[in-house]
Ligand binder design. Structure first.
Ligand SMILES: Cc1ncc(COP(=O)(O)O)c(C=O)c1O
Length: 419
């Protein structure tokens, strides 16, 4: 198999249920990452399995971008209804997060006829050429792949804990935002920019949450220059942050929304790009995919949305998230390694440092905590350079969540004892 896969932890999974996985040696692990932010409804949700079985016995494939079938149209209607903005919308279906971003990128260029894009430092949008060209999380992702898609400019992401301008929020005059204004005065003509793409909360870089003022200011700037506002909600969307879409926390309606990961609850790959009918005005053949929005994925996604609604999982994520955040903050008070705890809903992060004054990153210690947790039967995941990400299934119950956080605390204390 390709050695390019990262394979950060040595887990060989065999079966899963709820928020648990059993490995090939029979160990049971509590997964607080939802199988990498995909299994929002947990492993093997019986309703999802039945929905897939029902669909599989009827029809598994029909060329969905050449002909029609009902499930795809029905899913498009459901997605249009839940995405922000009261205007006529259209949906493009792909097979992954990266494809959802590719579609947004191509659609933005097609609609505006403008060549440039604005993206952010620390962003991760996927590994295909377009998505990779909009990403800047790790130089390793770009090494030897240049030339990338031209015309992308990276702006400093509002990472208040490590302000790129050495300021502290509040009282910082938003120098990170002023940088964009200056850039379009001195470097790129604003009328050449098609769109700005942002993860509402940066995922791979360690759940970095911009301050409340940031996105409303950005939206205003987009409107001023006719730039499209693209929200990559691939990790944050579909209830994860305690809102259906994370951008709602900033009360901003994006022009284009990208979703993938949790959409079909891990039953089948799918991605979707949702925008207004006015913006998605490209001609037949401009963009398509053989498997995009295939029948099995659509059946699972439709059932997933039913589960999300019936079990009130968005509200649940908000409530359980408050509890988890409080527990992690308590843990931070007694820990010399935790610099910051942050989160919205069930998207939580712990940033580890060696020294409270210099904020030197505790990389080795972070890796040790992740491994120690694993040895104790708990899966948490790395983010950024010294962050641990916690994002359990939205169906997790309070007892399981508390158990997971207890194990996490034990792993942290063990590493603190040893280091
Ligand atoms: C915010 C974000 N965008 C895009 C992607 C790419 O998704 P995929 O791996 O499905 O192509 C990811 C994957 O981690 C992501 O977290």
């Amino acid at each position: 198999m390709s050695p390019s896969y990262t394979r950060t932890e040595p887990i060989v999974a065999k079966e899963g249920w709820g928020c648990y996985v059993r490995d090939v040696d029979g160990n049971v692990l509590l997964d607080l990452t939802s199988g990498m932010f995909v299994l929002n409804y947990g492993y093997s949700h019986p309703k999802l399995i039945r929905a897939v079985e029902r669909q599989a016995t009827k029809l598994t494939h029909f060329a969905g971008t050449d002909f029609y079938y009902e499930a795809q149209v029905e899913l498009a209607e459901r997605l249009v209804a839940i995405t922000p903005g009261k205007f006529a919308k259209r949906v493009y279906f792909g097979n992954s997060g990266a494809e959802s971003v590719e579609a947004a990128f191509k659609c933005a260029r097609w609609h505006t006829r403008r060549p440039r894009m604005i993206a952010y430092t620390g962003a991760f949008h996927g590994r295909t050429f377009g998505a990779m060209s909009l990403s800047s999380m790790n130089a390793l992702h770009h090494r030897y792949f240049a030339p990338l898609v031209p015309g992308v400019s990276f702006m400093p992401y509002p990472y208040c804990y490590r302000c790129p301008f050495g300021q502290s929020y509040p009282g910082c005059d938003f120098l990170c935002f002023e940088f964009i204004r200056e850039y379009i005065q001195k470097v790129i003509p604003p009328e050449e920019v098609a769109a700005v793409i942002t993860e509402p909360i940066q995922g791979g870089s360690g759940y970095i949450i911009p301050p409340p003022e940031y996105y409303p200011m950005l939206k205003e700037l987009c409107e001023k220059h006719d730039w499209l506002f693209i929200a990559d909600e691939i990790q944050t969307g579909l209830g994860r942050t305690g809102e259906m879409f994370a951008m709602k926390h900033w009360k901003v309606v994006p022009d284009i929304v990208c979703i993938a990961k949790a959409l079909a609850g891990g039953m089948a790959p799918i991605g979707a790009t949702i925008t207004s009918a006015k913006i998605m005005d490209w001609e037949p053949g401009a963009h398509a995919s053989t498997f995009g929005g295939n029948l099995i994925a659509c059946a699972a996604a439709l059932e997933g949305l039913n589960i999300l609604e019936k079990q009130k999982l968005v509200h649940r994520a908000a409530e359980l998230g408050k509890l988890a955040l409080k527990r992690l903050q308590e843990l931070a008070e007694g820990s010399r390694f935790i610099g910051e705890v942050r989160g919205k809903g069930l998207l939580l992060a712990v940033e580890m440092i060696k020294d409270g004054r210099t904020k030197e990153r505790a990389i080795k210690e972070r890796n040790a905590v992740v491994r120690e947790a694993l040895n104790r039967g708990l899966i948490v995941f790395r983010g950024g350079r010294s962050v641990i990400r916690i994002a359990p299934p939205l169906t997790i119950n309070r007892r399981e969540l508390e158990l997971g956080l207890d194990i996490f605390g034990e792993a942290l204390r063990e590493v603190e004892r040893k280091c």
